[in-house]
Design a protein. Structure first.
Length: 368
């Protein structure tokens, strides 16, 4: 029994030795085969390296513009005195639009979607800019430096499309709408526009615009922040601003009426002054006007109180957007290294050629 086990072990060792020998022989054969093909491999590597070099040379550099801004808005309805003042105004029947609601659809976490919206991107693209003394829209500049009209030269309905400064957006035709839609999709892709909030507890956002044109990246980044800020502030404080304007108009109207009444009372008082007491009935209209003046003064006091409260609330409801870091020229440039591209091109084509050779040899063995 022991003898049989020894024979089995010896047989297994022999098989292992044969397998190892075969592996070494195969490696030697492959090495010899590749050495015999070294001229072809070298030629293919050189061709691949040249292709990599040309790709790196012709590839435009990528520029990244980065802008960081902070949002400072009143988060709560606390505010002690302000809350009490708003409550007092509400008891007087005036809605100041406050109440301490914060954020909502315009919370910092939602601003990324707002910035990528069709509405905001279109406003940005139609903004006028000055390039080499030429006033054009940002959309027009994008079309020019990307040579899009060259691509459209065979499309008669597109090649003459212009996006002039001051053009009425509501009068754009179907072709202009389709181009703006195309630009919106292009610019808001993850490769071109990144908007992130570093910490959800802090309302600090970063905008990154990536393109192959340094000036465009910078202008788009800054204009996007500016348009979003304007829209955000305008919308967030709209109700409070309307209330303030209404109260201001009411106060101005009562002031005018009060001034006129005071002038009439003064004039009539002069006319009836030192009259015979039996004729004092002529002073009755003057006394009525005096009563009206007193009443208007009280009304004006109440409106002025409400107006001041409304102005306070307007300041409260108007968020502050503070730019922390602007994109500064020259921007960060990402350009493919010619050396790295040449090496990658040479190695890639060599490996592809060797892989094809291996597949070919393996196929021939199977088909024998």
């Amino acid at each position: 029994m022991a003898l049989e086990n020894n024979q089995i072990e010896n047989s297994n060792n022999d098989n292992d030795e044969i397998s190892l020998k075969e592996l070494i022989i195969k490696i030697k054969n492959w090495a010899s085969f590749l050495i015999n093909k070294w001229k072809i491999i070298l030629l293919i590597s050189l061709i691949g390296g040249m292709i990599g070099f040309l790709v790196a040379t012709n590839r435009k550099p990528i520029y990244t513009a980065v802008l960081t801004f902070a949002m400072d808005e009143d988060k709560g309805g606390g505010g002690g005195g302000l809350s009490g003042a708003i409550g007092l105004a509400s008891s007087l029947g005036l809605d100041l639009g406050g109440g301490g609601t914060s954020g909502g659809a315009f919370a910092a976490s939602n601003l990324a979607e707002l910035m990528k919206s069709q509405y905001i991107i279109e406003k940005v693209l139609l903004e006028p800019i000055q390039i080499n003394g030429d006033n054009i829209s940002l959309a027009e500049y994008y079309i020019r430096f990307n040579n899009l009209r060259e691509n459209w030269k065979n499309k008669t309905n597109l090649k003459n499309i212009q996006f002039n400064i001051g053009a009425d957006r509501s009068k754009f035709n179907l072709q202009q709408d389709s181009i703006l839609h195309f630009l919106h999709k292009k610019l808001t892709s993850e490769d071109n526009l990144i908007i992130k909030q570093k910490d959800k507890k802090v309302s600090i956002l970063t905008i990154e615009v990536i393109s192959n044109n340094e000036l465009f990246s910078k202008i788009l980044c800054e204009t996007l922040a500016s348009e979003t800020s304007s829209f955000y502030i305008e919308t967030k404080s709209k109700k409070a601003r309307i209330n303030t304007n209404i109260l201001q108009n009411q106060a101005d109207s009562i002031k005018n009426e009060l001034n006129n009444s005071i002038s009439l009372v003064a004039s009539e008082t002069d006319n009836v002054y030192n009259l015979n007491p039996s004729l004092n009935i002529k002073g009755a209209p003057s006394k009525k006007r005096q009563i009206n003046v007193t009443a208007n003064v009280e009304v004006l006091k109440q409106i002025m109180i409400q107006l001041e409260l409304s102005k306070i609330n307007l300041r409260k409801e108007t968020p502050l957007i503070q730019i922390i870091d602007h994109p500064i020229l020259p921007l960060k440039k990402d350009k493919l290294s010619r050396l790295v591209s040449t090496i990658i091109g040479g190695l890639s084509t060599s490996f592809i050629y060797i892989f094809i050779l291996a597949i070919n040899i393996f196929y021939k063995k199977i088909m024998k």
